[in-house]
Design a protein around this ligand. Structure first.
Ligand SMILES: [Cu+2]
Length: 313
């Protein structure tokens, strides 16, 4: 008897998994396009603190169209997507890591790209060659000009869009396009300056595996400031404006309950001193580009706008 009961329990659990999915596995490529959605059809509710994480492949990764939202069960269907990126060219990591540039050249390159564009005249030795070892063991020869151009295009770790307007109750899908990203609120209970609306939970995702995703439902009207825990020191922040009315930004509340956003950006330390001149967490959150009113009227604000303001402002 016991054995039969056990078997039947296992069977019903199994059937539930097959019909609904638990958010893990079943995201393989072979099911794509044939039997409909590859995303979990009946994920558990979205937790008000921990959201809904999944290691299964996000149906909205990369260049997917908005139809990708249909792959989610109605009860948790997102209406917005935010992608989490790392924009650090391998070549720059190699140049920086090997200290391939002299101190003088490094400084010259940094100054030349500080405003985000490279003018020929700003570089002292644009055509001099630099020999770089790549991680695969091969070596490559690049010019100082090429290094400068690559540096000017680099915008670092970021959310895209960086600013997003949603309606109360909307679900946002966070897709991990590269490793080691998460989404956490500046909240008193995370030991941080409190930068979320009254009544907002101390929301936080786990670190989302590459290709996976995290769902969160924003309930409280107001301004939510969020950061990626591993990359906050590199300026990786995000602002969600929750409002019923397009163009109407709710008042933002900031309370000094703990550590404020980082004031400096440490990206140059990862690049061996090469500095793409991107904003710190604090300066991004204080930028005009991410002003709540601007987000409320535009709907989305690109990270590139935030970087451009920082470089040219
Ligand atoms: Cu990150």
């Amino acid at each position: 008897m016991l054995r039969v009961a056990g078997a039947s329990t296992a069977l019903s659990l199994g059937a539930g998994t097959a019909a609904g999915g638990d958010g893990h596995g079943d995201g393989g490529d072979d099911s794509k396009g044939s039997d409909g959605p590859v995303a979990p059809q009946n994920p558990k509710d979205i937790d008000p603190v921990f959201g809904y994480p999944s290691a299964a492949e996000s149906p909205c990764l990369g260049e997917a169209s908005e139809d990708c939202f249909e792959a989610f069960a109605k009860s948790v269907r997102p209406s917005h997507e935010v992608e989490m990126y790392t924009d650090l060219p391998q070549l720059l990591l190699a140049v920086g890591g090997q200290g391939a540039l002299s101190e003088t050249t490094l400084q010259n390159v940094n100054e030349a790209v500080a405003d985000g564009s490279v003018d020929e005249g700003e570089l002292s030795n644009p055509d001099s060659d630099v020999e770089v070892q790549l991680p695969d063991g091969s070596s490559e020869s690049v010019t100082v000009r090429e290094i400068a151009e690559l540096l000017a295009e680099t915008v670092g770790f970021h959310f895209e869009p960086a600013g997003l307007r949603v309606s109360p109750g909307d679900v946002v899908l966070y897709s991990a396009e590269s490793p080691d990203h998460g989404v956490t609120a500046y909240h008193e209970r995370h030991g941080r300056q409190h930068r979320v609306p009254d009544g907002a939970e101390p929301l936080s995702s786990p670190i989302v595996p590459v290709g996976g995703y995290w769902l969160y439902r924003f309930e409280e009207e107001g301004v939510y400031d969020l950061y990626c825990p591993p990359h906050e020191p590199f300026g990786m922040v995000h602002r969600v404006v929750v409002t019923d009315e397009e163009g109407d930004a709710p008042e933002q509340t900031v309370e000094d309950t703990g550590r404020p956003p980082e004031e400096t950006n440490n990206l140059a330390s990862v690049l061996g001193g090469l500095d793409p001149n991107v904003p710190s967490a604090l300066s991004a959150l204080e930028s005009d580009a991410l002003h709540p009113e601007r987000i409320a009227s535009r709907g989305t604000v690109s990270w590139e706008d935030v970087v451009e303001e920082h470089r040219t402002g």
